[in-house]
Write a protein that binds this ligand. Sequence first.
Ligand SMILES: *Cc1c(COP(=O)(O)O)cnc(C)c1O
Length: 457
Amino acid sequence: MKTIIEPFRIKSVEPIRLTTRAEREEKLAAAHYNLFALKSDDVLIDLLTDSGTGAMSAKQWAAVMQGDESYAGSPSFERFKTAVQNLMPFKHIIPTHQGRAAEAILMALIGGPGRTIPSNTHFDTTRGNIEASGAEAVDLNIAEGRDSQSLHPFKGNMDLEALDAFLADKGDAVPAVMITITNNAGGGQPVSLENIRATADLARKHGKPFIIDGCRFAENAWFIKQRESGQADRSIPDIVRDCFACADGMTMSAKKDAFGNIGGWLALNDDDWADEARVKLIQTEGFPTYGGLAGRDLDALAVGLTEIVDEHYLQYRIRTNEYIVERLDAMGVPVVKPAGGHAVFIDAKTWLPDMDPLDYPAHAIACKLYEIAGIRSCEIGSVMFGRQTDGSEKPAAMELVRLAFPRRTYTQSHADYIVEAFELLKEDVHRLRGFAISWEPKQMRHFTCRFTPKQRS
Ligand SMILES: *Cc1c(COP(=O)(O)O)cnc(C)c1O
């Protein structure tokens, strides 16, 4: 059969409240044109993020009832640890409430002033935790990763030459080498197994530990199976094990590829680091057999980890994005290609070449998409990155609208609805005027700032 179907049937549903365009225009104005300020009840299709927004399976909900809430030594922890180690053979598994808590603990161990940590591209919370420790975060993604039209199969790859030169030059200041799979900040683009191994070899050659940010490890393994020579006949769990076998540790947000609504972990091989991390964990998260989680969460994640490596699920997930990218591309909407693992990205700078980047073209498109169709997306451009630490403002490298897909949540007709929304948007897009920011907080303004629409001149 050619048709790729959702490999699940629906046992429990959440109704979507349908709204009219007039209602949405009113809601958005009341939210000062910040999509984060909308009530989720007023959103039809919520593509703000894929983090913790997916559907748990019947087996996961059943596992929730098995959760043992003992403070210490809970069997839920043993089940969680076994499920993690089945895919990622690290010695120490340290549960946390989210990925960023794992990063904060890791950076308490290895960060600090004068240190510098290279990666293909650090995700923003990773960068935030590195910088908060006083260290520097450096991105060494291959050049193709920054070209929205390059069809390179592994645009998330580390630039190996640049990493080798960086380690030769700055080696003394580097406590560890990191890599993010898939490269979230770079559009959910994958990293090849060959590149992961070569990065590990370079780290080893320079005597550095190698840590993987593994949030979307299963999507990354699916891309490896599809695109890397010699990998097509291998199982997803085998590919996953190979990716992590060459690392000394990992950080993880279980809100991504563990099918959790909450959770994360830090994994390490080094006994001394693990001892130090557990001290920090007890101070900030909780006892080492629950971290920042309830026993029931640990059980849901243990089951989620067995489900996420299912090839039929991964095929449906990646195909949904590809389908939307193909349709938008055919329609002449500029999209980042090839499709990433968890999201579709619209290139607003290419679509609206005449709009000043500081009138926030990607934000203007995201707002119109909500008004037209009730779809909530996320600006990744000058609203998010434009404000500089010295108070000035400068345009971001790219103006993107991200449509991030919650896992196992939406169906093919939702995908077709999204495509149709762009057909309507396309008719209007050149009339968009952009926005000014009328109020903003001191940091991370995109979450809470207020906008006013620019008037026609
Ligand atoms: C989401 C994410 C994180 C942070 O995880 P949280 O659970 O949101 O704290 C870190 N790295 C990557 C690549 C992510 O996608």
